[in-house]
Design a protein around this ligand. Structure first.
Ligand SMILES: Nc1ncnc2c1ncn2[C@@H]1O[C@H](COP(=O)(O)OP(=O)(O)OP(=O)(O)O)[C@@H](O)[C@H]1O
Ligand SMILES: [Mg+2]
Length: 403
């Protein structure tokens, strides 16, 4: 798929932008602070209804508009072309009470966020992708959630419900700890949490298996055949109720072998989750939080059996993260039948020549890819020649001829 037209109004440092975009690679060059990241962020926002960078939606609205306009708003709008279809997507942030609300439209009709996520599929590459491997488990969970939401609307719905129910269960746990109330009140929330939690767990499990299959191949290519990468989903409770492997130790593959099978049916996972909830109930009440569930899951990157998060060199970690992102592109393509739009924010400067080439290969297969840089020479002449070139200056785009 590709975006044929993009318009931004009062979005970050873009007061007004309207641009036609071709399929294929699009190179955006600009000095620092000109709006390169903001443009990719806007497209990602339209795709997922979330910003990769902002903590609140208000941060996306142009400062001047916010200060000067009585009714400030920001809008991102795009026309998207797929193999068989063409549609218009728009998100407008409009003032409501103290904050902002998203008005979401598909071909002009009002939609819920859940209805449009997955329409325009994107994969974002950022220099900080390495944090997928080096960072906290929450980063890996968010990664799985963002990917799966784009692929499967049911997942997104289950996730939204799960988070609400989890907050309610935690509130009750605190209340029980303080007032010594009847713990049976938890039963209702346990059922709810297990119902949606099981959906999340099984889908994460199966998606990681698919990611693993492709990431393994990509990693072999990126590392010149030297390293074997495996991705393992580590749910907070074991789906087969076996003891958990100790990821703190360098691991041998055999320890993890049972994890590589397809997830059990969702019904069984629900029962298992319920059993674990029962087991940890006392401690849950003492601590006032739910200690098991997909909100405590993790994802492990093992190279030749060694956990990269704990023991990887910087280069190995970067390669593992890159291979995983490349696999995500393939997963999205397999699941939706369309190539996602690739958004690569200044990733080349951090990579060596060989890894750059792997990115270029993927870009060449994509229906459309937007790549930002501060320096044209990050891309060789042949690549520049088959790309559309724009220069970005203070929230404006200008098409440039070949350099
Ligand atoms: N809500 C906003 N309103 C107006 N300007 C904003 C808003 N949020 C951020 N900016 C500014 O927009 C400018 C462009 O930011 P952006 O991150 O897109 O730059 P960039 O071109 O990616 O730069 P770099 O090369 O340093 O990554 C920055 O000066 C930033 O401070
Ligand atoms: Mg930037």
């Amino acid at each position: 798929m590709h975006i044929s037209h993009l318009s931004l109004t009062n979005y970050r440092n873009y007061s007004r932008l309207a641009v036609e975009l071709p399929p294929g690679p699009i190179l955006l060059r600009g000095d620092n602070a000109q709006g390169k990241t903001s443009l990719l962020e806007a497209i990602f926002f339209l795709s997922t209804t979330r910003s990769v960078h902002a903590r609140t939606d208000q941060q996306l609205i142009n400062w001047l508009t916010l200060k000067q306009e009585p009714l400030p708003f920001a809008r991102v709008e795009a026309t998207v072309k797929t193999k068989l279809d063409s549609f218009r997507l728009a998100i407008t942030l409009v003032r409501e009470n103290d904050g902002f609300r998203k008005d979401i439209r598909l071909n002009g009709s009002k939609k819920r966020a859940l209805d449009i996520v997955g329409k325009l599929t994107t994969v974002m590459f950022l220099p900080e992708d390495i944090e997928l491997v080096t960072g906290a488990p929450a980063i890996r969970r968010r990664y799985l959630d963002t990917t799966l939401c784009q692929i499967n609307p049911d997942y997104c719905q289950a996730l939204t419900r799960y988070n609400k129910v989890l907050a309610n269960r935690n509130a009750l746990l605190k209340d029980l700890a303080e007032r010594n109330g009847n713990a049976d009140q938890l039963l209702y929330w346990d059922e709810q949490i297990a119902h949606d939690g099981a959906t999340l767990v099984t889908q994460r499990h199966n998606a990681v298996l698919e990611l693993d299959a492709v990431a393994r191949q990509r990693h072999r290519e990126v590392s010149g055949g030297k390293e074997g990468l495996r991705l393992y989903y580590a749910p907070s409770f074991d789906l087969y109720q076996r003891p958990k492997p100790d990821y703190q130790l360098p691991l041998l593959m055999e320890d993890l072998a049972p994890y590589s099978t397809v997830a059990p049916p969702v019904k069984e996972v629900r029962q298992t989750f319920l059993a674990y909830l029962q087991q940890s109930r006392r401690e849950d009440i003492q601590r006032g939080v739910t200690l098991v569930g997909p909100h405590r899951d993790d994802l492990h990157f093992l190279v030749d059996g060694i956990d990269m998060t704990l023991y990887g060199s910087r280069g190995q970690q970067r390669t593992a993260a890159l291979s995983t992102k490349l696999a995500e592109v393939a997963l999205m393509q397999q699941s939706t039948g369309e190539t996602p739009v690739l958004l690569l924010d200044d990733v080349m400067s951090e990579l060596d020549a060989e890894r750059r080439q792997h990115i270029i290969n993927i870009v060449d297969q994509a229906g459309q890819a937007l790549l930002t840089t501060t320096d044209w020479s990050d891309y060789d002449e042949a690549f520049r020649q088959r790309s559309k070139l724009f220069s970005v200056t203070m929230g404006q785009l200008e098409e440039v001829g070949q350099i």
